[in-house]
Write a protein that binds this ligand. Structure first.
Ligand code: CUA
Length: 323
């Protein structure tokens, strides 16, 4: 180490995020509406441009020809071109209402998941179980979850294109969406409202699992953090407490580590990425991240602490033990 080299994760870009491959009833409703609208628009385009082209060639002026007969007003034509667009618009309006109903049903009385936008990461709380995590959201496949969207600071926008519609996280004004995946898989989302320098690195990874596997994950997340038992991790924990990490980050099971300003670290090593998607979560990248957060994610709220190499080993070693 010492070279300061680090590789931005390419793994995250391999996750699917195409709006053209909907993987939930909600996303499918939006996709279907898009396809029907597209067909209607293409048909209109063909009819209109076909008519124009036909008129241009069929009725073009030829030399020696007299001017065509001039007339103004044609009731039949006017009625037809008023009624036809009206019927088309009405048809699309009805389809849109249906799609809105399917993509955005009214919220449940209590949310299954609360997702809070922060500069520049996502906090995910599961009120029923008490699980708190960051940036990586696990859901049971095939079950719609009602999600309450909040923000801690500025406007963010939660968007997982394959699973759900976009919705803005507004400070002080919760919004609701339904989040669901037809089948197990990993789905990539991102903040889609500019929220500051690291807006582009507010990735969301949604991992849909079989219900039993989801339950297992939830139970694992509920356990307090792994105790620091080796010399290295004990020293790392001591640094966590003295280097002010503890004033922003929480670790369940560590007395006094209750802060909720920054991502909860109780099971940080179980997550796939660091820094909301910038780095793959490997022990090596954990060292880079605690060493130079401002190089890896300039403008993030985690400051550089100018730790010694040995301290970086200890702190990163401790965090990487929190599975
Ligand atoms: Cu948060 Cu853009």
């Amino acid at each position: 180490m010492g070279s300061g080299q680090f590789a931005v994760t390419m793994q995250i870009l391999a996750y699917s995020s195409s709006v053209l491959q909907p993987q939930s009833p909600e996303a499918k409703a939006i996709f279907d509406l898009g396809i029907v609208s597209l067909i209607v628009f293409v048909l209109i385009w063909i009819v209109v441009s076909g008519g124009i082209l036909y008129a241009i060639f069929r009725f073009r002026g030829r030399s020696g020809e007299a001017d065509p007969e001039q007339y103004a007003g044609n009731k039949k034509v006017e009625i037809a071109w008023t009624i036809i667009p009206f019927v088309i618009v009405l048809f699309l309006f009805v389809l849109t209402l249906q799609a809105m109903n399917r993509a955005d049903p009214p919220p449940a009385s209590s949310p299954d998941l609360v997702v809070t936008g922060h500069q520049f990461w996502w906090q995910a709380d599961y009120p029923a179980s008490g699980v708190t995590t960051a940036n990586e959201i696990h859901i049971p496949a095939g079950k719609p979850l009602c999600v309450r969207l909040e923000s801690q600071d500025v406007l963010h926008e939660f968007w997982v294109p394959q699973l759900t519609r976009k919705m803005t996280n507004v400070p002080g004004q919760p919004n609701y969406i339904w989040l669901e995946a037809d089948k197990p898989g990993t789905y990539l989302g991102q903040c889609s409202e500019f929220c500051g320098t690291q807006h582009a690195w507010m990735r969301i990874v949604v991992i849909a699992e079989e219900p039993a596997q989801f339950e297992q994950w939830q139970q694992a997340q509920l356990r307090p953090a792994q105790a620091a038992v080796t010399d290295l991790t004990r020293k790392g924990l001591a640094l966590f407490r003295t280097q002010t990490c503890i004033s922003c980050h929480g670790i369940k099971g560590v007395p006094g580590a209750n802060a909720r300003v920054a991502p909860d670290l109780t099971h940080v090593a179980s997550r796939r990425q660091l820094a909301a998607g910038v780095l793959e979560n490997t022990p090596e990248n954990m060292r880079h991240w605690v060493n130079k957060p401002q190089t890896i994610k300039p403008g993030s709220l985690m400051p550089d602490f100018y730790l010694k190499d040995q301290e970086i080993d200890q702190l990163a070693g401790y965090l990487s033990s929190l599975r």
